[in-house]
Design a protein around this ligand. Sequence first.
Ligand code: SAH
Ligand code: SF4
Ligand code: F3S
Length: 458
Amino acid sequence: MAGTKKLFIKTYGCQMNVYDSERMAEALGGSGYDQVSSPEDADMILLNTCHIREKAAEKVYSELGRFQNLKEAKPDLKIGVAGCVAQAEGQEIMRRQPMVDLVVGPQSYHRLPEMEAKAGHGAKVLDTDFPEEDKFEALKARPRARRGPTAFLTVQEGCDKFCAFCVVPYTRGAEFSRPADRILTEARDLVDRGVREITLLGQNVNAYHGAGPRGGDWSLARLIHALAEIDGLERLRFTTSHPNDMQDDLIAAHGTCAKLMPYLHLPVQSGSDRVLKAMNRKHGRDDYFRLIDRIRQARPDIHLSGDFIVGFPGETDADFEATLDLVRRVEYGTAFSFRYSARPGTPAAEKGERMVPDDVAAARLQALQSLLATQQRKLQDAMVGREVGVLFEKPGRLDGQMIGKSDYLHAVHVTVDNQTGDRTGGRTGDRAPALAPGDLRRVRILSSGTNSLSGALI
Ligand code: SAH
Ligand code: SF4
Ligand code: F3S
């Protein structure tokens, strides 16, 4: 049944926020809201926010400022802030932006429908609890609508690692793993709705240890093997992992589970033992190298991805050189790098160690990003001539063009002539598009562009 009110959600931050936004929209669907793509049409605006770096957090306030006119023109408009900034700065948001009606933290959004009913016309509602109950259990069953070929599925939340720079343990709370049977049910349901690839999500996903269906905890590897049994589910991925939680069975799964894709995001943050220690990462650079060796033994063609922070307080030129050296040795297929941002309440920010000067940090970031870009391009170019699986997701801009993702997560463009392409069911005269979203096909890679590959169906 179509709703009567309109909801606009804007999502910042990580994939877990993308998943949460879907679930929040579904929860508000029960209150009569349909999602719309522009804030001007909305009866409710919800910002799902990220607190990881200062810039990300500040964006929320500038975005809210832009809604001032809308709120003045339409006093019934409800404005809500969700996600990690809501958790960290709920009261402050209410104070700084009086037009905000509702603040909801990442662990309490199952209460959103009740909160929405109470909020508005001067009534303010704030809920940033870490409730006892499991929000996923409290949320209603997911709707049956048809979906695209790929989906995220949160299996683990929170983090107990307390890296010295990071807000996540505070904004998302302690580690929690969803029971395996609930995840399997949700996955089967996604597959029934058209999904062919699922990315399992967790702030620390490889620390997954959810209750198994017949007692005892399941590891992430065990969960992956069980998910791989689902007919129609063709591909599995997981993110984000901590090096210390890469257990033997998970490493082995990369070699034995055909549906587990050869791509692994395994952040290391720095290549310097001294900095790793100060970051409280709880492992050294050699541990990381040994781990990478073992993963590559299990799956030699795996593409590795990582995250790096430059300019951590006290980072010297030699420390930074060690990071460059680590990158050269590992050879990443993709990587993300950030300048350190001091986050209130984290040990690194509270310690007051001398900050790396802005110009030095900026130069380091540039040097690292240029090395990473060169590596990324080299590995992408090396795909030319190879045969890869591609899961097609959407039409491209050109006639007959479809865009999909390779096993290694490269964007791949394929153009097919619809006149000569495959036909459906062999009925003569029927011209069906040769490729449709959701098709998983073998593709020969023919060329490598700036951010994508092009190929032809085999
Ligand atoms: N759980 C994930 C990371 C979540 S945050 C993990 O452990 O890998 C994503 C990335 O943001 C981190 O890997 C780190 O590189 C970066 N990051 C986190 N806090 C940061 C900060 N204070 N300043 C700069 N970058 C940060
Ligand atoms: Fe943050 Fe470290 Fe936990 Fe990742 S492992 S979420 S970087 S505290
Ligand atoms: Fe940001 Fe929260 Fe994700 S801080 S990165 S949205 S866990």
